[in-house]
Design a protein around this ligand. Structure first.
Ligand code: MIC
Ligand code: SF4
Length: 642
């Protein structure tokens, strides 16, 4: 039997484990990336390992999530990141240079290599044929130190593409179509490979839009072949030498094959408040729009922006609409400016924002109360925009631009034709905003600057045989890490300050939670299915750990979050019988018993000490995860074992 693309890259990077689905494998990691909002923790963790220089082929720290600098906190974080990167052999991309995933694709991603990043959209790199994973900061810290990255060997799904996109239908619509088919849980435990004859019609940035949104499927990662399109893109970025061809074997086998015919695809839209709540744009054509935001790591490439400019050219946006544009990188912005397209965008009445995540993570441009916001982004979770009662829809750049002009949700295929827009033969290249680290001999004595916003991270406690604690919070299905630890302009400045951040934990669901958890001293959280989906932010584990949470019991977990819980020393457990979820009420006193034995047998018992209600829980851990929990978290474990 032949191999799939992912199997080939895994085989060439396998340090230990069997490549059978579900079993733990350890992978050698070639590249790492961090962004500012998760990066400060990752480097604080890296520093505790005492390793002078990173051991990867390439590591980089991007600053893109929080660039507002309201108060000293944010500037302290940037200064820390710049100096810690310089000292340890990590490149530093200055604030304003662009969004991590867009920049990485343009300048540093390489087909056939492995990448982990402390951001859930790191799989964007699959658009250029990398095997790229989102991970918690501690996992990235360990990889920077030369350690392996552990995952369970995924199943392999293939999306078989045929046909070719029609004008005004785009890669975003293909990504939304797959979300409609599979749902936000449909990719869990799987790598999604995109193949078939339709693949060669998609450029690398289009492919990256698709792999980016694979994160919303819960997929471990997504990947495209490395082919002529990949070579053309790398050559246009002045780095054809990074090209290697990569494809699956003819007789490679997949666990599931999902056909999508690009020629039949219509413009799609994800309705509030979940990326899989997808319908055709045409079915919503009378909905009035208050705000349109174009950008984010999903749709901020040059071609995306040029299409938007061509649609807006010579027209003015509807009076009731506010339109923002955030180009994905300085390269995109410069090229838009040089060819005059930026003028067309601005003349339409759009507001130009910095090349950064911006509104996607609630850093400004929050919609009006009850407002309708159309965004070319990847997530529309409740409250993420910064306005709790806003209705956020996810669309392609073409639909966004058409709707900004109409003032209503507008199917772009009803627009008059625009000239065909293709990738440029040469991108403008200027890497001067990506700073080089210090030479190792100078780095030894270099100072890392830590302003008062940089607080040490909390230490986990070793898991013991019995946990006696209050059920401090019971929540439903599909809880995202945005629910657990919100982002936005109010909270992001404290990403390096866990005690302060803890005041906002679960704010969207229950503002009383932090005080209650603190008062209880020791707590257990009960969740539904797909608990912890979305962002990779390890704060969603570190903050509950700081608030005394010892175990999280759910119907099922999302992949990155469960790894983050274990890394933070919190025991993740699932109900053997999902109906048992209903037998426990918030506020009751619980015990979890038989943990030490259960770590081997796979079963522990949850009991309500007042009602006597009891349930069997799965405690499925690899020997390494067990050792991490017994040590009190990954950092303690790494220290013990180094
Ligand atoms: C997101 O899109 O949710 C974020 C913000 O990029 C996060 C990272 C973070 O919380 O800092 C992610 O995707 O992992
Ligand atoms: Fe930034 Fe949004 Fe992309 Fe996250 S999803 S990396 S916040 S642009």
């Amino acid at each position: 039997m032949g191999n799939t693309i992912a199997q080939k890259i895994i085989r060439s990077h396998l340090i230990s484990g069997e490549m059978t689905p579900g079993s733990e494998i350890a992978l050698k990691i070639d590249q790492t990336l961090t962004q500012d909002a998760t990066g400060t923790m990752a480097y604080l963790e890296f520093e505790t390992m005492g390793i002078p220089q990173v051991k990867t082929e390439f590591s980089i720290a991007y600053v893109d999530h929080n660039t507002l600098q309201c108060g000293f906190m944010n500037a302290d974080d940037h200064q820390y990141l710049q100096t810690v990167a310089a000292k340890h052999g990590v490149r530093f991309s200055r604030p304003g240079n662009g969004i991590c995933h867009q920049l990485h694709l343009e300048r540093f991603g390489k087909p056939g290599k492995t990448l982990i990043g402390s951001d859930s959209h790191t799989p964007t790199g699959g658009g250029i044929g990398m095997l790229a994973f989102g991970a918690g900061g501690m996992d990235v810290a360990v990889a920077m130190g030369g350690g392996a990255y552990y995952i369970n060997m995924p199943k392999l799904f293939k999306v078989e593409l045929t046909g070719k996109l029609n004008p005004f239908v785009s890669a975003k619509d293909a990504a939304l179509k797959l979300l409609q088919i599979l749902s936000v849980k449909g990719g869990v435990g799987a790598i999604i490979e995109w193949g078939g004859p339709g693949v060669e019609t998609l450029t690398v940035p289009e492919r990256a839009t698709i792999t980016n949104m694979g994160a919303e499927l819960g997929a471990t990662t997504s990947i495209f072949p490395s082919d002529e399109q990949t070579r053309i893109f790398l050559a246009a970025q002045g780095r054809e030498e990074d090209y290697v061809p990569l494809s699956s074997d003819e007789d490679a086998e997949y666990d599931r094959i999902i056909p999508i015919n690009l020629s039949e695809l219509k413009p799609m839209i994800a309705c509030p408040h979940s990326p899989d709540n997808v319908v055709e744009v045409a079915s919503l054509k009378d909905v009035k729009v208050d705000q349109v935001c174009i950008g984010s790591c999903t749709n901020s490439s040059l071609v995306d922006m040029l299409k938007v400019a061509a649609i807006l050219k010579g027209k003015t946006i509807a009076p009731g609409v506010n339109l923002s544009i955030s180009p994905g990188s300085r390269q995109v912005l410069t090229m838009l400016a040089n060819c005059g397209a930026l003028t067309d965008i601005l003349a339409s009445g759009a507001r130009l924002l910095e090349c950064a995540c911006g509104p996607c993570i609630g850093m400004g441009f929050s919609p009006n109360s009850g407002g309708v916001s159309l965004r070319t982004f990847n997530r529309n979770f409740l409250g993420r925009s910064g306005t709790k009662d806003a209705n956020v829809y996810l669309v392609s750049p073409e639909t966004a631009a058409a709707s900004a002009l109409a003032g209503y949700i507008c199917d772009p295929t009803t627009l008059p034709p625009i000239p065909e827009i293709t990738l440029p033969a040469h991108f403008d290249i200027d890497d001067s905003s990506v700073l080089q680290p210090l030479p190792p001999e100078e780095a030894v004595n270099a100072e890392v600057l830590r302003g008062p916003n940089i607080k040490p991270f909390p230490k986990g406690k070793p898991v013991e045989d019995t946990i006696s604690a209050q059920l401090v919070l019971k929540v439903g299905d599909n809880i995202t890490t945005d629910h657990i630890m919100p982002a936005g302009a109010k909270v992001l400045p404290y990403r390096s300050n866990i005690p302060k951040m803890s005041e906002f934990c679960f704010e969207v669901c229950d503002p009383e939670f932090p005080a209650r958890a603190k008062a209880a001293g020791s707590g257990i959280i009960l969740g539904g299915s797909n608990y912890g989906q979305g962002s990779s932010r390890e704060h969603a584990a570190l903050v509950p750990m700081y608030l005394g949470i010892r175990a999280v019991v759910t119907k099922s977990f999302a992949r990155i979050h469960v790894a983050n819980l274990i890394n933070a020393g919190i025991l993740p457990l699932t109900f053997q019988c999902e109906e048992d979820y209903d037998r426990f009420t918030q506020g009751s006193s619980l015990t979890i018993t038989g943990i030490l034995e259960g770590m081997d047998t796979g079963t522990v018992t949850l009991t309500d000490t007042q009602t006597g209600a009891a349930a069997k829980l799965n405690c499925v851990l690899t020997p390494r995860q067990k050792a991490i929990l017994l040590a009190g978290g990954l950092l303690a474990y790494t220290k013990e074992n180094s």
